[in-house]
Ligand binder design. Sequence first.
Ligand SMILES: Nc1ncnc2c1ncn2[C@@H]1O[C@H](COP(=O)(O)OP(=O)(O)OP(=O)(O)O)[C@@H](O)[C@H]1O
Length: 613
Amino acid sequence: MNNIRLSTVQQNIVSFDDGALLVKASAGSGKTRVLTERIKRLIKKTNRKILAVTFTNKAGEEMKERLGNLEGVGKKLFVGNFHGFCQQVLENHGKLIGLTNLPHIFEDETDRLELIAQAIENTPSYYNQYITLNAKEQRELRYKVLDFISKSKRNLLSEEDLLNRYENQELVLLYSSYQDILSSQNAIDFDDLILLSYSLFIENPKIAALYRRTYEYICVDEAQDLNYAQYQLLRSITSNEYKNVMMVGDPNQSIFAFNGSSADFMTENFVEDYQPTVIELQENYRSSKAVLQAADRIIPNTSNNFNNTVIEGIFEIHKMDNEQTEALWVSNKINELIHLKHHRDIEGEITYEKIAVLARNKYVFKELTNVFEQNIIPYFYKITPGSIKFESKLMKIFELSFRVRVNPKDSLHWIKLLNMINEKDVGSLSDLALVLEKNEILEAINVILGLKDDGSNFKSSLEKFKVSISENDKLNDDNEKKMILNDIKELLEHWHEYDKKTDKRSLLQFKTSMALGKTHPLSQKNGVTLSTVHTMKGQEYDIVFLLGMDDETFPDYRAIRSGGTEMIQERNNAYVAFTRSKRFLYVTWPQIRLMPWGDYKHRSISRFIREMS
Ligand SMILES: Nc1ncnc2c1ncn2[C@@H]1O[C@H](COP(=O)(O)OP(=O)(O)OP(=O)(O)O)[C@@H](O)[C@H]1O
């Protein structure tokens, strides 16, 4: 990797000095590569710091890994996503906006929806209508309110702005009620992290100036994914006189519009506000000719130079009778490739780890995983890093108790905990320990009560707990025991990741780091990767299967209904899927699909594929 010779255009980006820079780069053109090389150079050059914003923790970690043990990396560079950066801003200066205790993050959507239900209950005018609705309508309404709150925050609107702007004052009342509940539990959501940091910079220009002085250079990767709040946050730090901002992105890979992202912040606002030098990177270094020609038929003229590509590669489209035959075909093809071992287009031996199966949504994998299990093909789901999703009941109880331990005001999870163990009228974790009979639940609670705030006995306590569970003869459900042990192992892996990256440890900070997805072990798992396209952003595999390319699955039926931006995003999504492949790309679609409500439906080929021919 380090021996790669950069092209002249890539070199120009790496050696770019002061001023604003916009790098518009198509898929596989080496964006991440040049960004890393430029940061490497700037670290050596500057006495101050560099802020590198990535959109996924994985991208950040990869960047750190590529920078290796270069002197100064630890001290001179902040790499992370916006949420991680804001968390640090609030940790250091939150007091200035009244945050005496650092709030806890409620990262799960299901938790936030529950708070919405509480907020509705607290708002009588709304509640009276709400209870007349059926369960499905109530659920839709909770989502609608959550969406309204999230959108308002992403547009940096204060409650006062909302009151002036919206006729539907009840929605605004719900917003206030939701915020009150959050703050009574000393909690915030992800959108608040950005909103609060933005307010902090706007209300305290001296702090913004301090950040300007601290960070001599700011680099934003995947800048096509910026949303309004993130862009304004950057503006609030940089103000008008600061120009050393670099943005790198690809408008054709913009696929998060549903989160308020738009490539316009990079291609229009940034250009207008900072007047950057613009450099385009178009040569694709990743993919074979076959893959590039196919991608070019999804979105034409993105990477013009594929005629120079020497590796031929494979692109095939296969029509299947139904989902079973589709899954079987993929599984057989994988076996065939594995047995082949070598192919002149692929460097090294063909292994399961070089293969990914992508789909528009995770439901498409159902048949495939059955067939993989029967044919003993190892696989794993790639998930967006976040908190651990424990499988065993005991560790779910552990997790709820841990949340309450680090945030005693967290009544949402406290009530969930009591419901889960059928207890009521208990006020605290230590009281709970007094009323529980002697079993593994009590043991879990005692482990949590025994943890020191600075986390110094976290590892040893969890290891002891693990031994005790494995020796517990009363746990006679072998499956549950296995799940508990797996869950503890996973928790310890997260602790390990946290521990190795942190100097000043604490239980609270560990919980926050998990919520921010910073503690996910990066190690590649064994087997074929299954992933939705959104989760596969920025990754590459030698062999890619794109499963379920029937119309209304990909593009998604809702996008077809809405048209406009949503369909552009769907096409971008297909483009991202195609360009993840380095060498071989196989697209499949079933002519009959089992629908979620239980009947079979005839399908036609995805319009994106049909239009290619
Ligand atoms: N000058 C070069 N010569 C050879 N290979 C290169 C060169 N630049 C980049 N590459 C390789 O091309 C591939 C794509 O690079 P990288 O991941 O940086 O691209 P990207 O633009 O970030 O991709 P995407 O946006 O599609 O995720 C990598 O395998 C990288 O090592």
